[in-house]
Design a protein around this ligand. Structure first.
Ligand code: 9WN
Length: 440
C-alpha cells in the first residue's frame, strides 16, 4: 500500500459493489456465473480486500473456508454451495464425491468439497485481515482459532506433498497451482491420456468465450487426472510407482508457502505459540527453492517435472513470484527484477503489468487464460515483492497500472497484456478485492 497517486475515480465504489454482489452470506464467489462456489486462493485474496470494508466479514470468509478443511490438513480448492444447482459448474460435487471418496483422507461430512488444493496464501491473508483491526480480531479470538488450522495445512503440504523428496511441495493437478493451462504444463500433460470427448459437459463455456478458456483437450486431461486422484481415495504417494501422472514442483506455490510460513510465525507469536518452527521451515523451503528451481541463466525460477522431464523450459510469471519471499538472496531478487523488466515480461516498457507467460514464448496467446493474459493476483503479489526488495518506484508504477486497468476493464478476470482489453468474466472477486487493497 502506498499513497503515491490517488486511485482512479470510481475504483473504491466499484470494488465494493462487486464484493457485495459476490458475497453469499458466509463467503464470496469469484464470479456468480462462471465460478458459483467458494475457491480456496480466491477467498484468501478476496479477504485481503474485503478487510477494508469489514474485517469481520473477511474473517468469516477465511473461517468458512477453513471449516471445510480435511482432517489430514488439506484445504480443498473448492467448497461447494449446496444451494447452487449441481450442473452450474463442472466438475461439481457429484464428480469429486468428497464425503465418500475422500472419507479415508478425512474429508468433512457436513460439506461437499473438491479433493485437490490451491496455493497456500491463507496464513498471509489471515495475518493481513488481523492487522486491519487487531483489537476486534483479538476480541473475537480470530487468530487463536485459525492458527491450529493453518499449522495443520502447512504440515499437510510439508509431509504429504513433498513428493519429490527434495523439501518442496508438489502439485498433482494443473488446477492446483491455480494457473490451469500454463504452457509449463504442456509437456507433462502430453503424457496424460484424456478421457473421451463427450463424456462430460463444460459448464464454463456457457459463461465465457471458448477462445479465452482452456481447450477441450486440456479438459479431457484435467478430468482424467482428477478422476484418478479421486479413485485412489485422494491419497498422496511419494515419487516413483503409484501416484499422479502429473507431478510438478511449482515456484509460485512454494513461494506463497514460504511467505505464509513467515506470516504463520507472526501469527504464532501473537497467540503465544512456537514461532521458531515456522521461521525454520521458511528458511529450509527458501534454500530448497533456490537449490531445486532457480535458473541463473534465465534469471527466474522454473517448474520441475517430477515425472521425468526435469526443469521445464517455459518462462512463466510463476517463476517471478519468489520475489515475494523475505530472505531471498539479494542477487536473486535483483535478477528477478531484471527479468520482469526484460524482453520476456516487458514490465515498464512493452507492457504496464506483468503477463502470465513469456511475451516471446512459442505458446504466447494474449487472450487465452494463463497463456499470456495479465492477472491481477500475480501483479498484486509482484507489487508486494518489488516493495519488499527495495523497488518502490517500480512498485508505484505497477500499482497505478493495476488500478487503472482494474477499473477500465470492469474488474475483469484477466486482460490482454498489450491493450488491457477485458478477457474472461467481469466483476471478478479478486480483481475487485486486490484493487481495493492497492487503493487504500
Ligand atoms: C478451476 C476461480 C478459479 C481460480 C483459478 C483459475 C480458475 C478453475 C476453472 O478459476 O480455475 O479451479 O474452472 O477454470 O484458473 O486460478 O482460482 O476463480
Amino acid at each position: 500500500m502506498t499513497s503515491a497517486r490517488p486511485a482512479p475515480p470510481g475504483l473504491a465504489d466499484g470494488a465494493r459493489r462487486v464484493l457485495l454482489a459476490n458475497w453469499t452470506g458466509s463467503s464470496t464467489v469469484p464470479s456468480p456465473g462462471l465460478y458459483p462456489h467458494q475457491w480456496s486462493w480466491d477467498s484468501a485474496f478476496i479477504a485481503i480486500g474485503s478487510r477494508h470494508i469489514s474485517p469481520r466479514r473477511a474473517q468469516r470468509e477465511l473461517e468458512t473456508l477453513l471449516a471445510a478443511q480435511w482432517s489430514d490438513g488439506r484445504i480443498p480448492h473448492i467448497v461447494f454451495n449446496p444451494a447452487v444447482p449441481p450442473t452450474a459448474y463442472f466438475p461439481g460435487p457429484g464428480f469429486w464425491r468428497s464425503t465418500t471418496a475422500g472419507a479415508a483422507a478425512g474429508a468433512p461430512r457436513h460439506v461437499e468439497t473438491s479433493g485437490i488444493v490451491q496455493p497456500p496464501v491463507h496464513a498471509l491473508a489471515c495475518l493481513l485481515v488481523h492487522r486491519a483491526d487487531p483489537r476486534s480480531s483479538a476480541r473475537h479470538g480470530f487468530l487463536a482459532r485459525v492458527h491450529p488450522r493453518l499449522a495443520a495445512w502447512h504440515r499437510y503440504l510439508g509431509r504429504a506433498r513433498d513428493l519429490g523428496g527434495g523439501g518442496l511441495v508438489s502439485v498433482v493437478h494443473p488446477w492446483e497451482p491455480g494457473m490451469d493451462n500454463s504452457p509449463c504444463w504442456d509437456a507433462p500433460l502430453a503424457r496424460v491420456e484424456p478421457v473421451p470427448p463427450g463424456t462430460f459437459h463444460r459448464a464454463d463455456l456457457d459463461h465465457g468465450a471458448a477462445s479465452d478458456r482452456p481447450t477441450d483437450l486440456d479438459y479431457g486431461r484435467y478430468v482424467r487426472l482428477a478422476a484418478d486422484y479421486r479413485d485412489g481415495g485422494y491419497a498422496d504417494y511419494r515419487d516413483g510407482g503409484a501416484g499422479s501422472a502429473f507431478l510438478v514442483e511449482d515456484p509460485g506455490v512454494n513461494a506463497l508457502l514460504i511467505a505464509s510460513e513467515h506470516a504463520l510465525a507472526e501469527i504464532a507469536a501473537l497467540v503465544g505459540a512456537d514461532a521458531s518452527v515456522h521461521r525454520r521451515r521458511a528458511a529450509y523451503l527458501t534454500a530448497a527453492l533456490v537449490d531445486r528451481l532457480w535458473d541463473p541463466a534465465a534469471g527466474l525460477f522454473r517448474c520441475r517435472d517430477l515425472r521425468g522431464g526435469g526443469l521445464i523450459p517455459e518462462l512463466s510469471a510463476a517463476g517471478l513470484l519468489p520475489l515475494l519471499v523475505p530472505g531471498l538472496p539479494r542477487e536473486i531478487a535483483a535478477a528477478l527484477v531484471r527479468t520482469a523488466c526484460g524482453p520476456h515480461f516487458g514490465l515498464g516498457h512493452t507492457v504496464r503489468l506483468v503477463p502470465s507467460y513469456d511475451l516471446r514464448g512459442r505458446a504466447f496467446d494474449p487472450a487465452r487464460y494463463w497463456r499470456g493474459p495479465t492477472w491481477f493476483n500475480v501483479n498484486w503479489l509482484l507489487e508486494r515483492g518489488l516493495r519488499l526488495h527495495g523497488e518502490p518506484e517500480r512498485a508505484d508504477a505497477l500499482r497505478a497500472a493495476a488500478l487503472e486497468t482494474a477499473v477500465a476493464s470492469g474488474f475483469a478476470e484477466y486482460v490482454d497484456p498489450y491493450t488491457g482489453e477485458a478477457r474472461g468474466t467481469r466483476d471478478f472477486g479478486w480483481t475487485a478485492a486486490l484493487a481495493l487493497d492497492l487503493a487504500v
